[in-house]
Design a binder for this molecule. Structure first.
Ligand SMILES: [Fe+2]
Length: 279
């Protein structure tokens, strides 16, 4: 896919009254992003990425103290799976202060603000009345919900197929990747999403697609994969932030007049998606 086909958005400066607003160069660029489920976001000037990137690179060292972070369930902690090139330190918001250095926890909160700005832009376009945004998103739109901040690298000593095709379960994913490898499915074909320097890759997930399904404008959850990294490639580092609903919460579907059109427990929705993925 040519770079030019993936739209680019920018965020306005923080404003106390409205928060950050998301802008595209044209209405067509916004349409394309909502339809693709993906766009580039110019990294805001007030966000320091060098320190978090350095933190991620340091995790490769065998003696990094952060490799000792214990695993909490399947999704959190320092995780290196067999038959998977992906090695990661993954933590949800509640554990950032415990295990991440202060500047990384702060960086996570800056990504929270970006995630909220994006989800609010989606709600604004959807026509769903603002009073319902918090309920529809299980609290995420107003600073609650669940969020993960993960530092990932691909260890090429382990051969495998990278990350198999999937959609993300949550609302919004913010990705900072150091090297190519991400591909998205467009009209049945996988196409490269090149790294665009100075930009995050943003993609929409299933929970956001679900809650906008009956509104004026729904978003797509994009199917994507990460291709296996070759041993000659430099180590692929990425920082990934997932904006998610709380696992024990509910999601609500509203239309633009504020009428409830459906709902699901987060657990039921995720179980359904899991089934679809493993079929
Ligand atoms: Fe993903």
């Amino acid at each position: 896919m040519r770079n030019s086909q993936i739209p680019v958005a920018t965020l306005s400066d923080d404003s106390a009254s409205t928060g950050r607003q998301l802008f595209f160069v044209s209405p067509e660029a916004l349409d394309r992003s909502w339809e693709l489920g993906l766009f580039y976001l110019k990294i805001p000037d007030d966000l320091d990425l060098e320190c978090p990137r350095q933190f991620g690179r340091e995790l490769v060292a065998a003696d990094s103290p952060h490799r000792q972070v214990p695993q909490y369930g399947e999704l959190e902690g320092f995780i290196a799976l067999e038959n998977n090139q992906q090695t990661k330190l993954a933590l949800r918001r509640e554990r950032w202060d415990q295990h991440y250095p202060e500047h990384i926890a702060l960086f996570g909160r800056q990504l929270d603000a970006i995630g909220i700005a994006i989800i609010c832009a989606v709600f604004r376009q959807s026509g769903i009345p603002e009073a319902l945004w918090d309920r529809a998103s299980g609290g995420y739109a107003s600073g609650g919900g669940d969020a993960f901040l993960n530092f990932v690298h691909y260890d090429t000593r382990t051969p495998d197929w990278g990350l198999r095709p999937h959609t993300d379960y949550g609302f919004v994913t913010i990705l900072d990747a150091s090297a190519p490898g991400l591909q998205i499915e467009v009209d049945g074909q996988f196409e490269d999403v090149p790294v665009l320097p100075g930009h995050f890759i943003i993609n929409f997930g299933e929970a956001l697609s679900f809650i906008t399904a009956h509104a004026d404008r729904a978003v797509s959850a994009v199917t994507h994969r990460v291709v296996s990294q070759r041993s000659l490639d430099p180590v692929r580092h990425s920082i990934v932030y997932f904006a998610n609903p709380e696992l024990d919460g509910m999601l609500w579907q509203f239309d633009a007049s504020g009428e409830e059109q459906g709902s699901s427990s987060v657990e039921d929705l995720f179980t359904l998606l899991e089934k679809r993925l493993t079929q």
